[in-house]
Every structure is written in structure tokens, then in C-alpha cells.
Design a protein around this ligand. Sequence first.
Ligand code: ATP
Ligand code: FE
Length: 356
Amino acid sequence: LTVLGLESSCDDTAAAVVRVDGTGEAEILSSVVFGQAELHSAFGGVVPEIAARAHAEKLDICVEEALKRADLRLSGVDAIAVTAGPGLIGGVLSGVMCAKGLAAGAGLPLVGVNHLAGHALTPRLTDRVEYPYLMLLVSGGHCQLLIVRGAQDFSRLGGTIDDAPGEAFDKVARLLGLPQPGGPSVEREAAKGDVGRFRFPRPLLDRPGCDMSFSGLKTAVLRARDQIVADKGGLTRADRADLCAGFQAAVADVLAEKTRRALAVYAEEAGAVPVLAVAGGVAANAAIRGKLETVSAEFETKFVAPPLRLCTDNAAMIAYAGAELFAAGIRDDMTLAARPRWPLDGASPAMLGSGK
Ligand code: ATP
Ligand code: FE
């Protein structure tokens, strides 16, 4: 089963070809990602209008390149998978329109994929992880703890009630005058900093359940920065590094503790502890990965973290998720709609413990 996948829900335009054999073994034949970072850098964030236009311009080229690298023509593909949401409506629409055009033109079946499902299924693509498993999805726009039971079967144990961690990294970078995307630049600074100098809050750790909050943390960094500026007239490199180290440690602690709780909840319900897998751009952070590995070791679970290029937005994950859905008999047609909001699952109350 060979699937062409398209992704255009945020600021990366991507196309990929993935082949899955009868045993479930997946091979990425090609994966092309055109980032738009330089288009948005002057604005300090993704501008939806600019993103949509760039996706519309780049999708065809991306598809062509993905097919070329896979050494295939469209006729060699069995199905077309496309991110149908959630995301910026203009970008998602561009992808869905492009996929419909290709599917209609080549007489191929079409499968709409939830972008978050793409992220959540990535450990199956990279490590053949069996269902069910626990997934911590931490990206620029999302933060959720999920039990993944099937390609369309997710239970959400908790998630952020405000900012996503990646967003918090990006905002903190902006506060400190560090380059975007903020994650890598904050991590680089944090490595040089004194983690003990600033003790930032660990929001919601005092409350039961798996929900998280990161916007107050960002505000705490802002206050600390303003205090230093008021006292000394400006920030030194050491101040900046110490602020980054304190912030990163707080994010890592919150993610680790909430993941620990999710593992405990699930272990109790299922009588066994599943694999712990991560996905999303923030999973690239070595300090956060380290903490999660520790938590995973406490529960004697296997820890799976896909390679970075498959943690951030890409189309291989969409092609792979599309292949699983296709194999399960799922098809879309020309009525496939772009869904800017598309939750994987509502909170499942039974799993939330004593609530929030
Ligand atoms: P979504 O997938 O939710 O739509 P997105 O496409 O913005 O959002 P990703 O591409 O998965 O998310 O990840 C990008 C985010 O990951 C950015 O916010 C970036 O700052 C963050 N990030 C990348 N590398 C690191 C790192 N080393 N440490 C922390 N955060 C990081
Ligand atoms: Fe994403």
C-alpha cells in the first residue's frame, strides 16, 4: 500500500510517500518539507494569510518533488492522504483542494487525516509501537496526554488549558530577544545557565489530574526579566541564560509530573503500563526528553521518541496515518471539508481521576 500524503496546516508545506507492507512495516520513500519560517520571521509569528498563499504556491512543487524522490508517478500511488484539520483554515483548505484535484485527476481514493492523529501515530511509523500506548503530544500549538488505542481511537487524559509548551518557548524567546523558533534558542541558552537562580512556578501541579498550564509561567519570566532590567538597567548574557534554564526546568517538571500521573492512571485501569511515546516539536528538547525517560524508567515502560524531523510537522506522518485509515476501509470523497477545529477526542471523564 503506497500513500501520498500532503500537509499544510501550519507553516510547513509538505508532501511525502510512505509504503506500508502487509505486516505493518512502513517505509518512507520520500518526505519533502518546505518551511515558511523566513516568510513570517519579520512578524514574530505565523501570519495566516501569508501562510495560505505560500501553501497554495508550494504544494504542487512539493508533491512533484516527493514523487520524484520516491521514483514514482501518481499512477503508482494507491491513495492520497491529506491533513483536513485542525489548523489554519487557509492552509488546510489549500491542502484539501490540492488533494482533491490530484485524486480526481488520477482516479485515486482520498483520505482526510487529522493532523494530531498524524503526530500521535508517528511512533508506529518509526518504531512499530503496538496499540495501545500513552502519547505525550507537545508542539507549538498542542499539548495533550492521550491513550492511543487505534488510528481513530484516542482517549484524552489531559492537556494544556492555555498555551502549548512550544508557544511558551517561542514567547519566552521573544521576551528575551532570542531568535525564532524559540525552542532551540531557549534550549541553547539554558544549557549555559544556572538552573537554581530562578525558581519559576510549576502551574497546576498542586491540583489532581493531567491538565497543564503554561501561560502563567511565561508571565513569571516576563516579571523576572522586568525586575532585572529595573534593578540593573539591562540583561546580561548570564541573566538571559539563567532565565532560560529556570523556565525550561519548570516546563520539563510540569510535563514529567503530568505524564507520571497519566501513566499511573492508565496502569491502574489497564493493569499494565503501555509504551510511553512523545511527538511534536517540543519533544526535541533534550532536558524534557531526559525527564520523560526518567519517568518512563520509574514505570519500567519503553520510551519512544521519533527522530526530530518526524516529531515536527511533516507529511510522512500524514501519509502513514492515511495508510492505516485506508487499510481500515476509510475513504473520503469530494465532499471532504477542511476543519479548523477537530479534537481527537473530548476529555473522557472516567480517565480524569478526581477531576480538575
Ligand atoms: P502543531 O503541530 O501543534 O500545529 P507546530 O506545527 O507549530 O504546531 P511543531 O512543528 O510540532 O509544532 O513544533 C514546533 C514547536 O516546537 C515550536 O514552538 C518550537 O519552539 C518548538 N521546539 C522546537 N525545538 C524545540 C526544543 N529544542 N525545545 C523546546 N521546544 C522546541
Ligand atoms: Fe504539528
